[in-house]
Design a protein around this ligand. Structure first.
Ligand SMILES: O=c1[nH]c(=O)c2[nH]c(=O)[nH]c2[nH]1
Length: 328
């Protein structure tokens, strides 16, 4: 098919990928021995495809190689239905299976990027007199989300995972003491006062790279017992993040985030994590001037009423890796 828009020969396609975004999926897994006993997982998924054979769809309006984005969406739903429970309930495993499906089904697809956001559902636990853990009732007990990014490419005829990262986002934390910020650079533009005791609040975003066995993707998925315990890694990253946030006598967001990363990478159970990157907004809480009533609220020792002033916020980012000598 020829395009109605004239094409010019002095440009070329430099990069391209396409697929479906914001695909919403809830999977219910019914226990084989008790069909009323459920586990659930909810994802928002993005799946993008790429490959040199798709170039004519951009440059010559030739749709023949295009696996429709609607087909991509159908496939995400289909795999959520037919994959074994442990491959759907675990976002890393679901993402790797999705990537493997596209590379093994379509010879002309060379790259697959899968990004998942897992929404929080926690089983409702009732009083013992009401039966304790409920079989199929869940609560959204927090805004935090687990994230996964898996990228796989055909390399030398084999499907290889080129990137696998787990993550955590939307975890809101606040400490009302145990955080200072002083000794910073001062010049003619500086108005910030040094402070020994301030509120520290942030919405944690953490992303960590996960090492996989050095094998083609189908072989990785076939040897399930060799896969890292992805859920344990996610739980450990969250636990270290919260623990260091609470315990660290924070000199700055920078120093605290480094200690969080250190704790994660030094944990012997986290050998599969090769790096950790945090992006932490510093959500400022500003003491309010109550001098109009003769009340002291501005000095850090007296400050009790604060304005949650989240715009603008600081934004501190860092990525931490193990030194070569310290590989676990
Ligand atoms: O922990 C902090 N790091 C900074 O770099 C910074 N800058 C600032 O104004 N307040 C803070 N707090």
């Amino acid at each position: 098919m020829s395009s109605k828009v004239a094409s010019s020969s002095n440009v070329r396609l430099a990069e391209a990928s396409y697929g479906k975004d914001l695909v919403r999926i809830l999977r219910v897994v019914r226990d084989a021995s008790d069909r009323s006993s459920h586990r659930i997982v909810e994802y928002t998924a993005r799946c993008l495809l790429s490959g040199a054979s798709l170039t004519p769809s951009y440059t010559q309006a030739d749709n023949s190689p295009v696996v429709a984005t609607d087909t991509v969406k159908n496939t995400l739903n289909y795999l959520a239905k037919v994959l074994p429970a442990d491959d759907v309930l675990c976002p890393e495993r679901y993402a790797l299976n999705v990537a493997n499906h596209f590379l093994s089904t379509y010879a002309h697809i060379e790259g697959v990027e899968v990004d998942l956001i897992q929404h929080k559902w926690t089983r409702i636990v009732l009083d013992a007199k009401d039966g304790g853990a409920h079989k199929h009732s869940f609560v959204r007990d927090g805004d935090e989300k687990r994230t996964v990014r898996a990228v796989a490419r055909r390399v030398g005829g084999e499907a290889r995972v080129t990137e696998l990262a787990g993550g955590l986002k939307g975890l809101l934390v606040l400490k009302s003491s145990g955080s200072a910020f002083y000794g910073f650079h001062r010049d003619q533009y500086t108005t910030l006062k040094e402070v020994n005791d301030r509120i520290f609040s942030t919405e944690v975003e953490a992303i960590y790279s996960i090492a996989l066995p050095n094998k083609p993707l189908p072989a990785i998925l076939a040897a399930k017992s060799e896969l890292p315990a992805f859920c344990d890694l996610a739980a450990s990253v969250k636990a270290h993040t919260i623990r260091i946030f609470a315990l660290d006598n924070s000199a700055s967001v920078q120093a605290t985030m480094y200690r969080m990363s250190e704790a994660i990478l030094n944990d012997a159970g986290n050998g599969a994590i090769t790096d950790v990157a945090y992006a932490l907004p510093n959500k400022h809480y500003i003491p309010i001037d109550l001098g109009f009533k003769g009340l002291s609220n501005l000095d850090e020792k007296d400050a009790e009423v604060f304005l949650p002033s989240q715009h603008p916020s600081g934004l501190i980012k860092a990525k931490v890796v193990r030194t070569a000598a310290s590989k676990l």
